[in-house]
Structures are given as C-alpha cells and as structure tokens.
Design a protein around this ligand. Structure first.
Ligand code: NAD
Length: 373
C-alpha cells in the first residue's frame, strides 16, 4: 500500500537527491553536557498504543532519545507484540492488548501512553490511559469532534495527567527559526500565509477513508497541518473561516470524507491565510509567510524532512534531526521537568485546531463565512 508516509519519504528523498549535495546532520549522541540528558534522572517510560506505520516510525526514532524510552506496547495483534518485544527489548509484563489495557494502572514502570491508533479511537484510548493514571501523548488530530477533544482535556485535568498532542513540527529547528524571527519582528507586520497540504491517497479500504475511524478525509489527516501551521506562522488565532469543497470521486470519498477543500482563515488585523487540503494531488507540502519587511517559504514544510526553505535574507539550514526523536525528548522534558514548549502542544492547542476544522466543514457545507468565537 502506498501511504502518505511512504510518499512523503520518497518525495523528500528524491528532492534530496536532486537538489542537496549534503544535508547537515546533528550527531545525536548522549552526552552529559546536553541539558536534556542527566545520567541520574530516569527517562520518561513510554508505552506505544497502536503498532502501525506511524507507531513504527516513532519507536525507531525513540531509539535515539535521551530522555524518553519505549518500555511498553499495546496491540490487538499478538504477532506484532512478539516481534516488537524482541526488537525493542520490552518486558512481557509491559505488554497489553485492548481488552486488558486498563490494568496498566497497576504498572509502576510505565509513565505515559502514546496513542497512535486511528483518529476515531483517540478519545477512548486517551481517556482510558488517563484514567489509569498515565500521562497521554495523542496523535493528531486529537479527536474527531470538538466535544470529544474537550472531554479528553477535562478527564486528563481531573486525573492530574498531562495531555500532549503529537505536533512534531513544533519542535523542528527550521520551523522554530521562522517562528522566532516572526516573533522578533523580522518579517514586519504579517499580511498573508499560504498553506498547501496534500497527497494522493491509495487503498480505498483503509481506515483513513472510513468516516467513523477517521472523522473526515484529507482535512483531519493532512489539511490540519496547514491550519496548525497558519496559527504558529502568523502567531494569532483565526476569527472566521470560509471554505469550498471539490469532490471528483464520490465513491472513494464518500459522505463524511472530504477529498479537497480550499479554505481561507481571517486573523486579526486583516491577515488572511489561504490554504488547500487534498487527498487528490501530490507534491503539496508548502508554507509561505508574507510580511511588510520580508517573507519565509518552506517546502517541504511538514513532511518528515529535511524541512527546506528560506527567508528573504537567508536559507533555513538548521541540521536535520529525526522529528520524532526531538519531539519525544522534548515531551519527556515537559512531563518530567515541567518544561514549556516554544509552540504549545497541549490538549488545548489540539482543541483549537478541532474547532477550526469543524468550522471549515460547516463553511464548506453551507457556503457561509463561519465566525470562530
Ligand atoms: P496505521 O493504520 O498504520 O496504524 C494504526 C494502528 O492502529 C494499527 O496498528 C492498527 O492495528 C491499530 N488499530 C487499533 N484498533 C484499530 C481499529 N479498530 N481499526 C483499525 N486499526 C486499529 O495508521 P497510522 O498511519 O500509523 O496512523 C495512526 C495515527 O497516527 C493517526 O491518528 C494519524 O493521523 C497519526 N499519524 C501522525 C503522523 C504525524 O506525522 N504526526 C503521521 C502519520 C500518522
């Protein structure tokens, strides 16, 4: 099956081969001089729930983590548990299936559960983890409705556990450089953002095209990157949305599954974001930010990297580090040490995107401008 992930990976590899002779790589060695690494401190001990394609990527990336360690597994497939146990050296007592998972509450050797299951299961899985007293890291989109997202936040608050959303770009070096420059006023007054997010989706039987498991089509999966990106690149929250939907294949993209949505978001001071979310076009992974004194452009902007781009002054050339390695180390520091993310990744950040997605769906359906209040 050709997935977005394999596509993005192939796309960035070919871009690499074509345009970049050498990519600087950070050597990610565990040294005591690194503030994230303290030999005396325990790492964040994480169980991954959902051993699918992205779970596999996260687990591989965690092998290089300084502060986070994969110690547990949750899967409905015994053969996956067996092979993962061997590869990642996981103890039997830290392995669960979806039926006995709640017993994780009695396991003192697991601090956090990383929910990497289909979107429609995030709410149930996150709430079960929180009620077992575990910190929750949940993949994007955090839920399939605003109400579910709000409930997840409320349960995590009540249980006194953290809820973090897998927004890996919030820790990516070139992204952070652009956000820091924008905060420092280097682009002047921000005027406009463009976000293009899409790929051609394959297998029509996959859960991403099932409305119950996905909660929507391209928007929940890939369009969310343009929504979230517009917010962190512009640095404020949208006041309204408008949207137009295009559907060329109503069989593959059935009711409840958006194929292509073009949408606009209006921010304070008449700043506008113009975005595209699609499951029907490849080569769409691009951000452009325009201000009175300059610009930033990134392409690819949210793939697995290396993220490439430039500002009006210079190329963005921070060394590439596997996004999920940085994300998990930073999230460990947030959970263990109370560190704050430069761009928030908590449940309330995820809820903001969910509100915008619901407003975009409403705008696409009604043709009306929808206010976000
Ligand atoms: P996947 O289909 O490869 O994996 C999903 C896993 O969930 C599988 O192991 C599957 O067995 C398991 N699962 C448990 N209950 C299931 C059920 N009832 N139906 C179907 N599968 C069930 O999907 P994926 O690409 O790994 O995506 C998982 C989550 O990760 C999604 O929420 C997706 O949006 C997110 N994701 C995030 C990124 C990122 O860059 N942050 C990238 C890819 C996927």
């Amino acid at each position: 099956m050709k997935t977005r992930r394999s596509f993005l990976q192939k796309a960035s590899i070919s871009a690499l081969a074509l345009s970049l002779p050498t990519i600087p790589m950070i050597s990610y060695s565990k040294t005591q001089s690194d503030p994230l690494f303290n030999q005396d401190e325990k790492p964040l001990r994480v169980a991954i729930m959902g051993l699918g394609s992205y779970g596999t990527r996260v687990a591989q990336a965690m092998k290089d983590c300084k502060r986070a360690k994969l110690v547990g597994l949750v899967s409905g497939t015994p053969s996956k548990i067996e092979s993962w146990k061997k590869e990642h050296n996981i103890e039997d007592k830290n392995c669960y299936n979806y039926e006995n998972f709640d017993q994780i509450k009695d396991n003192p050797d697991i601090d956090a559960v990383y929910v990497i299951t289909p979107n429609g299961l995030h709410k149930e899985h996150s709430i079960r983890a929180a009620k077992a007293g575990k910190h929750v890291i949940c993949e994007k989109p955090m839920a399939t409705t605003v109400a579910d997202a709000a409930e997840m936040i409320s349960v995590c608050d009540q249980m006194g556990v953290k809820l973090l959303i897998g927004y890996r770009m919030h820790f990516e070096a070139n992204t952070l450089e652009v956000v820091r420059k924008r905060r420092a006023g280097e682009f002047g007054e921000i005027k406009f953002f463009q976000g293009l997010s899409g790929f051609i989706i394959g297998d029509p039987t996959q859960w991403r095209l099932d409305p119950v498991l996905s909660g929507g089509g391209a928007m929940m999966d890939i369009g969310i990157y343009s929504i979230n990106g517009a917010r962190y690149m512009i640095g404020s929250e949208p006041l309204w949305v408008t949207a137009q939907e295009v559907k060329t294949d109503p069989v593959k993209f059935k009711e409840g599954i958006d194929e292509t949505i073009i949408f606009q978001m209006g921010f304070p001071n008449e700043v506008v974001a113009s975005c595209l979310s699609t499951y029907s076009m490849n080569y769409l992974d691009k951000f452009y930010l325009n201000g009175t004194k300059g610009f930033a452009e990134m392409q690819p902007s949210t793939g697995y990297g290396p993220i490439e781009g430039r500002t009006h002054e210079s190329p963005l050339d921070n060394p590439h580090v596997t996004h999920q390695t940085t994300q998990m180390d930073q999230m460990a520091a947030m959970i263990l040490d109370g560190k704050e993310a430069e761009i928030p990744v908590d449940g309330r950040e995820g809820l903001k995107d969910m509100r915008i997605i619901e407003a975009i769906f409403e705008a696409a359906k009604t043709g009306e401008k929808v206010a976000l209040v």
